[in-house]
Ligand binder design. Structure first.
Ligand code: SAH
Length: 353
């Protein structure tokens, strides 16, 4: 029992900053350059365990094993799209929870979409990730591990990261910030803040807190409806924060960071894709420095939402553009694999005995 308790309070070595790791080395009566070496093995060479670290003395590896937890994902399944080469990965965490991540290829480079939680408690009606609720938050290292594992498996350099997989990143706020610090660190993968997008369903106080961090990341807000009434039908979070409060938070985010907001709007046939919806959306966001990303909803079998027809999607975009709002239709990546958020993980969990 005691051993188990001790194990639980072990620090997570891959979630420590280089400075913190230096402190730890000093605490272990080691030289601080050992921290630099360890950090490089973990965050640049992306090794999966101490065993692969060649210039670290065995005695120090042993001390580290005793003192720290070292996270590693187990790859369960990879699906590759025959249409566009998009790859979807299902990983098991150390405790058996599952997360999924996606690798997409664009002209400007490779982009990885990662999960921030195992499951989700936000309850959006059209989303598969939330059907079984939240299992737990991911550690900063477990968010990094998804990118590291995909980099190793694919042999590709990842240039963009989007936190748009399973989970609500602002519901795991402290770990998200630490993840951003580590991901953008010049001693690690050194991904630029501008190449990182964080997507939220709209937890207003956290959006404001994030604004005050003055990061250069892109904040994407999942809007999906232009009236409070309609948004409440699709997203329970809309019962807590009104659209007026959300819009104020977006204005504040831009004022603090100078970064244009992305509004995500998933089009559901006859629910939020009409001419009137487009008009209301225009009214709602016309004062914002923003970009609208239109996503034909990906139907999940547990709900009867139907994708808007291509014509309505294009008409919706044209209406926004005519009103002076920049809007694009999100290219659907990997249509032939379990494309929608949380579907691969869900199919796997359902097939468990
Ligand atoms: N919790 C965060 C990030 C994860 S969801 C958020 O809400 O933004 C990433 C995006 O995918 C969100 O815009 C979400 O609303 C959208 N999404 C979820 N399920 C979808 C589906 N079946 N079809 C289309 N978009 C979906």
């Amino acid at each position: 029992m005691e051993a188990e308790e001790k194990k639980d309070i072990k620090k997570d070595i891959k979630s420590l900053t280089l400075e913190e790791l230096k402190e730890e080395m000093i605490g272990l009566s080691e030289k601080s350059f050992r921290a630099v070496q360890l950090y490089e093995w973990m965050h640049k060479k992306l090794v999966r365990s101490y065993d692969e670290m060649q210039n670290i003395p065995a005695a120090l590896k042993e001390k580290c094993r005793e003192r720290f937890n070292y996270t590693a994902l187990r790859l369960i399944e990879v699906q590759e799209s025959k249409i566009d080469g998009t790859k979807k990965y299902l990983f098991a965490l150390a405790d058996g929870n599952m997360v999924e991540s996606v690798l997409m290829h664009y002209k400007h480079g490779s982009s990885v979409c990662i999960s921030s939680q195992a499951g989700c408690r936000m309850g959006c009606r059209f989303c598969a990730s939330t059907l079984d609720g939240l299992k737990r938050n991911l550690l900063p290292s477990e968010m990094l591990d998804q990118i590291y594992a995909i980099t190793r498996e694919s042999g590709e350099r990842v240039s963009n990261v989007v936190v748009m997989g399973t989970g609500e990143p602002l519901d795991n706020y402290g770990n998200l910030l630490r993840f951003i610090t580590l991901l953008t660190d010049e001693n690690g993968l050194h991904i630029s803040q501008r190449n990182l997008t964080v997507s939220t369903c709209g937890i207003v106080p956290r959006m404001r807190e994030l604004a005050r961090e003055k990061l250069q990341i892109t904040l994407a807000l999942s809007l999906h409806a232009a009236t409070d009434e309609k948004r409440r039908e699709l997203m329970p979070i809309a019962n807590t924060y009104s659209l007026a409060e959300l819009m104020e938070a977006c204005t504040y985010y831009f004022a603090q960071t100078g970064r244009r907001i992305t509004f995500e709007y998933s089009l559901v046939r006859d629910v939020n894709d009409t001419k009137q919806d487009a008009k209301q959306l225009t009214e709602l966001i016309k004062g914002q420095n923003c970009h609208v990303n239109l996503i034909p909803v990906n139907p999940i079998k547990e709900r009867d939402y139907v994708q808007s027809e291509r014509q309505s999607v294009e008409a919706f975009r044209d209406r926004l553009v005519k009103s002076g709002i920049t809007a694009t239709i999100r290219r659907e990546m990997g249509r032939d694999i379990d494309g929608a958020c949380g579907q691969l993980r869900r199919r796997f969990l359902e097939n468990q005995p």
